[in-house]
Ligand binder design. Structure first.
Ligand code: DSN
Length: 475
């Protein structure tokens, strides 16, 4: 243990010294980021802390290599080491998730979704159109056939979860390319329960007939029945695509199994690798054999050259997630989330759906007369890092919002348990009770004297008892 601790300190300290010789401001910012993260009580549902091994795998010369293509089939020479780490990352991922195929190249979740959309279009629309026209090679297509193909690609439908119900921007919304590529419709949640209404979704899908049914979320605190989603997709001839970016760690840790395991039911599954999965910042696509050839064309179709250093770090993170202790970590994430939700409910805070089954909790702060933006700022001033989020039917829209999203993956990595998360819930309720909006403002607020200071001090004690990167001491 002592040796490991000392090796990590030497590794990071030495790296910062080397960086400081060229640009001291960067070295100082990296050191300060560690200090800031160490001292904050991070409740952002999409963030985590990757292991030193994952972080170190990213900072090296694997970054210097171009490797467009796939292992063994690159547009550049001398890719043998990138091939090795990409194959390893894919092998770990298929074993971890029980997938037929893994494509670990996407640089982010948006990239992973873009690869998935184009792969589905290529497989479901482009390939049959080419076959019908007897075209073997798109480069040799006549102008008329090409124009017809482009029109048919642009004439497809996607059905995804609405943003205010917890869906993601990349599931067909206009600020993202998915909203411009597809004719889009969205499904919401039952206004009475906040839960997905599968009967209503089935009726909507039968009416809308999407090419792609997208499941997955970034702010829905409950389980999704992917077996039911698959049935609906099959009934309407849609491809079921699941974006599991938020809950990939819970899938890897076998907390989500059976009907709730997306990989068992979807044709294509996308994820980021840095949220509950606790890897490097990046994305990945998993799919069935049927979709694999199209998914593997992601680069250069829509992706720039793969990041060899990040794929190396993905391989390390997936190896970590295959260890038995990761399953324990995943279960503790959910236990902590429930403890946080129960504490908030005891204090009268309104939670969307009345609780949680996963890693996140969505508090509706409108009853306290606050916008999400005011609550987020008041909590930050009090040492609790959260992010504002829309709630279903939000009258304040996605900028000011009426909600605050909370998540437990990061604090669970630090070692906090259910008693501490219950206390965090109490601290949060203290701050919300002590905060009032100034006049009609959606931004300005005041916190009753002493509450922010008291909460900050207690938050510092809580995180102080659970050191972040305990083996890393920078001087
Ligand atoms: N930014 C991520 C989140 O916070 O949920 C998703 O894109």
């Amino acid at each position: 243990m002592t040796t490991t601790t000392s090796r990590e300190s030497v590794a990071f300290q030495t790296a910062l010294e080397v960086i400081a010789e060229v640009e001291p401001t960067v070295a100082a910012a990296i050191g300060q980021e560690l200090a800031d993260q160490r001292s904050s009580l991070k409740l952002i549902a999409s963030e985590n802390y990757a292991s030193p091994a994952v972080l170190l795998a990213m900072g090296n010369w694997m970054s210097d290599k171009y490797a467009e293509g796939t292992p063994g089939r690159r547009f550049y020479a001398a890719c043998q080491n990138i091939d090795a780490v990409e194959r390893l990352a894919a092998d770990h991922a298929t074993a971890l998730f029980g997938a037929d195929h893994a494509y670990p190249q996407p640089h982010s979740g948006i990239d992973a979704n873009l690869v998935a959309f184009w792969a589905i279009l290529a497989h479901r629309v482009e390939a049959p159109a080419l076959a019908e026209a007897g075209v073997k090679n798109v480069d040799a297509m006549g102008a008329e056939d090409w124009a017809r193909l482009r029109r048919s690609l642009g004439d497809q439908r996607m059905l995804g979860m609405s943003l205010d119900a917890g869906g993601h921007l990349t599931h067909g919304f206009r600020p993202n390319i998915s909203g411009k590529m597809f004719e889009q419709a969205s499904y919401g949640t039952d206004p009475a329960t906040g839960l997905i209404d599968y009967a209503a979704l089935r009726a909507q899908a039968q009416e809308f007939r999407p090419l792609i049914l997208v499941a997955g979320y970034s702010a829905y605190p409950r389980l999704v029945d992917f077996a039911a989603m698959r049935e609906i997709a099959d009934e309407v001839g849609a491809t079921l695509m699941v974006d599991m970016a938020h809950f990939a760690g819970l899938v890897a840790g076998k907390v989500l199994t059976g009907d709730f395991d997306p990989v068992a039911h979807a044709d294509v599954v996308t994820t980021t690798t840095h949220k509950s999965l606790r890897g490097p910042r990046g994305g990945m696509v998993l799919c069935t054999e049927e979709y694999a050839p199209s998914v593997d064309r992601g680069c250069p179709l829509v992706l720039g050259g793969p990041l060899g250093n990040v794929m190396a770090a993905k391989a390390v993170a997936f190896a970590e997630a295959r260890r038995p202790e990761f399953a324990d970590y995943a279960q503790r994430i959910v236990d902590n989330s429930r403890a946080l939700a129960e504490a908030l409910l005891r204090r009268g805070v309104t939670l969307v759906t009345g609780g949680t089954d996963n890693h996140l909790v969505l508090a509706d702060v409108s009853g306290a007369g606050l916008t999400g933006r005011q609550a987020e700022a008041a909590l930050l001033e009090s040492g609790l890092v959260t992010n504002r989020n829309a709630v279903p039917g939000d009258p304040n829209g996605p900028w000011y919002t009426s909600g605050v999203r909370l998540g437990t993956p990061a604090l669970t990595t630090r070692g906090l348990g259910t008693a501490e998360l219950a206390e965090v819930g109490d601290l949060m309720a203290d701050v919300l009770e002590a905060t009032t909006a100034e006049g009609d403002s959606k931004v300005k607020f005041r916190i009753a004297d002493g509450v922010a200071e008291r909460t900050r001090a207690r938050a510092a004690e809580i995180v102080g008892a659970h050191p972040l990167y305990p083996g890393v001491e920078l001087v």
